[in-house]
Design a protein around this ligand. Structure first.
Ligand code: ADP
Ligand code: ASP
Ligand code: MG
Length: 463
């Protein structure tokens, strides 16, 4: 069995769905289990509907729900078998009626809880997985739908739920192999449910994580992440379109890149796969002939020191200064206790005798954090910062990488720099306004020459 996950753009239209049907059909003998994201930008649209509801904008959310139904119906219709169209209409009616009731309820309450956010955002994957199942039948496959909420069991941390691996693996192993014996199993990514059956989600971009959990749970031979780029590239294409394809990368490197902003992979994806040593591939559903990126246990030897440059944007730099606490023990403990209490992860830290600088990517509780820290220190916040992270297994063996970074960034103010504890990354903080100078300069420095065993030079840029 293999797991094939298709992201939002890979199922955004009738044409895209037809393309993925062809891709899955061509691999039918490997017994694919298919995980799909919501179609196109549906998750964002559902969240916008929820926001309009609690703001009391009734006409707006009614229109948005209407448009979303039209979109699903329009794109699904051409790829659903004629004799299933009534079934399609019935299911769309049922789901959109339910959604409308839910949203009206929210409008009355005027309050959006994480639990209701999950209830609403789950409709994207529930609809897409249903539509894709019918479309696979239309294109001549035997396909069955599996509601992911029956098998992905999570805790109750709505919008960021963590799977209960033991229970989930047991359910996946009991449910999927018999279904997959003579049919393509299709399920939605991103969604799960608590033991009591309340709908949860795994966090934005979480369908990659679902694919990896499913792969680990059924002991798949491979997990394929099909997306809209040729694989892991040497730089984020939204910042630098001229990146090259990384042919192979280690689990550790991929995890680091994902954590530091390479959206092509959800950061939690590699863990279940590592534990069961299942290779993960990143592939392009628009160009299935491209071999993509293979993520494997150990990095292959490579003459380049860096594999890729990731960027985490919208970072806040928190500078904490205390003369009173000069060298006092317990100072760091007190600081981190505050971040812990407000459930805010810290990405980078630098200390001096009397001050600590750190970065956070989630400012939701920043005001509370500052108020607490100001009880014992002076605090200064700088917003609009970016972490630029160079990742490569060779960084740990190669002297002089930091020197090359400083040379390449001559004239750009580096606010912070650290060589990660894993020793396979060097991260630096620069102002957002320097990002589009910094990344090309670093890319030029580290990727002018390419080891042909590990990279494929791309002259053309993705459409
Ligand atoms: P999907 O909907 O298929 O899950 P995502 O939008 O979540 O797709 O992820 C794919 C996107 O990740 C690409 O379109 C690209 O803009 C972005 N990306 C960021 N960093 C990288 C990188 N290093 N390599 C490839 N893509 C990247
Ligand atoms: N549909 C979800 C999101 O947009 C999950 C995913 O696409 O991976 O975040
Ligand atoms: Mg994604």
């Amino acid at each position: 069995m293999i797991v094939m996950k298709f992201g939002g753009t890979s199922v955004e239209s009738a044409a895209a769905i037809e393309r993925i049907a062809g891709i899955v059909k061509a691999r039918a003998e490997r017994r694919p289990v298919v995980v799909v994201s919501a179609m196109g930008k549906t998750t964002n649209k559902l969240l916008a509907i929820a926001a309009a509801a609690i703001a009391g904008h009734r006409e707006e959310y009614i229109r948005q729900i209407h448009d979303l139904r039209d979109y699903h119906s329009r794109e699904a219709r051409p790829v659903v078998p004629l004799d299933q169209r009534a079934e399609l209409d019935r299911t769309l009616d049922e789901h959109f009626q339910e959604l409308t009731e839910l949203v009206k309820g929210l409008a009355v309450l005027g309050e959006l809880t994480p639990r209701s956010i999950d209830a609403i955002s789950s409709y994207g994957e529930r609809l897409s997985s249903f539509i894709v199942t019918l479309s696979f039948q239309h294109f001549g496959m035997t396909a069955v739908h599996l509601d992911s909420r029956r098998v992905i069991v999570t805790d109750q941390r709505h919008t960021q739920a963590a799977p209960d691996f033991a229970e989930t693996y047991a359910r996946l192993a009991a449910t999927i192999p018999p279904m997959a014996r003579d049919a393509v199993v299709v399920m939605g990514g991103f969604i799960g449910s608590t033991k009591d059956g309340v709908t949860t989600t795994l966090g934005r971009g979480g369908s990659d994580f679902t694919a990896s959990i499913v792969g680990a749970g059924i002991g798949a031979e491979e997990i394929q992440i099909w997306t809209d780029v040729d694989g892991m590239l040497t730089a984020d294409p939204t910042i630098l379109p001229g990146g090259h394809r990384v042919k192979t990368i280690s689990f550790a490197e991929a995890a680091e890149l994902a954590y530091f902003g390479a959206k092509v992979l959800h950061p939690a994806t590699v863990l279940p796969a590592i534990r069961k040593s299942i290779p993960v591939l990143i592939l392009n559903s628009r160009r299935p002939e491209v071999p993509g990126t293979r993520i494997v246990s150990e990095a292959v030897p490579c003459s380049n020191v860096v594999k890729s440059i990731a960027c985490k944007r919208k970072i806040a730099l928190v500078n904490i200064h205390s003369t009173r606490m000069l060298m006092a023990h317990g100072f760091l403990h007190r600081i981190f206790e505050v971040f812990d209490r407000f459930e805010t992860p810290v990405d980078m830290v630098a200390t001096s005798e009397v001050s600590v600088s750190l970065t956070i990517d989630n400012p939701a509780r920043l005001d509370d954090i500052v108020a607490e820290l100001e009880q014992f220190a002076e605090v200064e916040i700088e917003k609009d910062q970016v972490i630029v992270c160079l990742v490569g297994d060779n960084i740990r063996h190669t002297p002089g990488v930091a020197r090359r970074v400083f040379n390449a960034l001559d004239g750009i103010n580096i606010r912070m720099i650290s060589q990660g504890a894993s020793r396979l990354n060097i991260s630096l903080v620069v102002a957002e306004s320097d990002l589009f100078r910094a990344v090309p300069a670093l890319h030029q420095e580290f990727f002018a020459e390419l080891d042909p065993d590990v990279f494929e030079r791309r002259e053309a840029v993705d459409a």
